[in-house]
Design a protein around this ligand. Structure first.
Ligand code: ATP
Ligand code: MG
Length: 419
């Protein structure tokens, strides 16, 4: 039998990578808290309809990337490809719309059947925020500021750029759409087959096309900017003014559209050139029609999601975990005492690695292997004399420490290593 492999596009998060992920999540969580966002989680799978209509039938995600299956009861469910639709579903099903504004932070795995490559997986992880119930551009500004702060705190701000665009409100979008259809229709023979299909259903998706020929045509396509009504224009001005006030730099990108159907007004991405083709680390925008589309009241919303794998690749190595104390029994008779001592030290907040078997030499090798800072050796002789041996594993220095009931001396000595 061949060795079992993980499914294509999935990967194990071995300790070093898991530590990077944790650093990203904890940094984001702490920053989100500073802005008053509270953490929540939705299920990893939902009824397919939670994603299909909101994300848009003709998006890549719904058309070809969803993990959809019938469960044993015959229900059609889908592994979540993103989390905004799930959060909005949760707002609607829990009746939370009463208490807006809602400010949520989340993190967790997402699933898309994509072609795996560097920075692109079939199971990947996102952090994200949603701010629901605020129509003012201040919400867009704060959501972007939070994203920017997280990238800053992760030490990657220098390596990413904020790209900004506006899609306008639904009236402006409709006017733009009409112009787009006219423009692309006149060039339909030059479009890729995929884009020809998009033209009928959702012409904006052509902007997303990765085909060279499409991209050339897109270059001269009608721009949102020329179709914005005055309300949309004013909204965008205020978003930019807010970012300017906070000193958050951005580059306007008139071609920036988001992959999903439900966006209005602000669209943005933080991008880097340091990850090859998979350069978008964080993307988001405003989704004013989504809550209503999903059966809730007409509530506006704005948010973003960021790929944890991509951020984890960009950050510098996070600090190593604390080096443990190795508690080493000398001989079987001391194992009980070692077990108790390990627990007492842990009660006091010391990380302890207890070697489980083998002679002293083998356990010391284990202590080295786990990068222990000190070893506490305890044998029959030590038990009788009420002492332990304390060895500094960096210097090799060893000395005896008296053991009273409260371990006062041992604690004092260890404090030098575990302040
Ligand atoms: P891309 O253009 O790279 O496909 P997207 O527009 O599909 O991105 P979003 O749906 O906006 O991505 O998701 C937000 C972020 O999640 C992306 O910017 C990226 O960092 C991350 N992400 C999306 N898909 C994947 C994936 N398959 N593997 C790893 N990270 C991903
Ligand atoms: Mg994608």
């Amino acid at each position: 039998m061949r060795a079992l492999q993980p499914v294509r596009g999935t990967q194990d998060l071995l300790p070093e990578v898991a530590r990077r992920h944790r650093r990203v999540i904890e940094t984001a969580r702490a920053a989100a808290e500073l802005y008053g966002f509270v953490e929540m989680a939705t299920p990893i799978f939902e009824f397919t309809e939670v994603f299909a209509r909101p994300i848009g039938e003709h998006t890549d995600i719904v058309a070809k990337e969803m993990y959809t299956f019938n469960d044993r009861g015959g229900e059609e469910v889908t592994l979540r490809p993103e989390n905004t639709a799930g959060v909005v579903r949760s707002v609607v099903s829990n009746g939370l719309a009463q208490s807006v504004p809602l400010k949520f932070f989340y993190s967790g795995p997402m699933f898309r059947y994509e072609r795996p490559q560097k920075g692109r997986f079939r199971q990947f992880h996102q952090i994200g925020v949603e701010l629901i119930g605020v129509a003012q551009p201040l919400a867009d500004i704060e959501v972007i500021a939070l994203g920017s702060r997280i990238l800053d705190a992760l030490g990657v701000a220098e390596r990413v750029e904020l790209e900004l665009n506006t899609l306008g409100d639904s009236e402006s979008r409709a006017a733009h759409r009409e112009a787009l259809v006219a423009y692309f229709s006149a060039r339909v023979t030059e479009l890729s087959e995929d884009s020809r299909r998009r033209l009928e259903r959702n012409p904006l998706r052509i902007f997303d096309s990765k085909e060279k020929t499409d991209q050339i045509i897109v270059r001269d396509a009608p721009q949102f900017e020329d179709y914005l009504n005055s309300a949309s224009r004013h909204f965008f001005d205020q978003v930019r003014a807010g970012l300017d006030r906070l000193g958050i730099a951005y580059r306007q990108n008139a071609r920036l559209v988001r992959g999903l159907d439900y966006y209005t007004h602000t669209a943005f991405e933080f991008v880097t050139t340091d990850l090859g083709a998979q350069g978008t680390v964080m993307g988001g925008g405003r989704y004013d029609g989504l809550v209503e589309l999903m059966g809730g009241p007409a509530l506006p919303g704005v948010g973003w999601a960021a790929g944890i794998e991509r951020l984890a690749m960009l950050i510098t190595e996070p600090p190593a975990p604390r080096r443990p104390v190795a508690v080493v029994p000398i001989g079987e008779a001391a194992e009980g005492a070692a077990l108790t001592l390990a627990e007492v030290l842990r009660n006091n907040g010391c990380p302890v690695d207890l070697g489980y078997s083998g002679n002293v030499a083998r356990r010391m090798r284990r202590a080295n292997h786990v990068n222990a800072r000190v070893a506490v050796l305890i044998g029959e002789d030590e038990i009788v004399r009420n002492v332990v041996a304390l060895r500094d594993l960096d210097s090799g220095e060893q000395s005896e420490v008296a053991m009273d009931q409260s371990l006062r001396e041992l604690q004092a000595r260890l404090r030098a290593f575990y302040p």
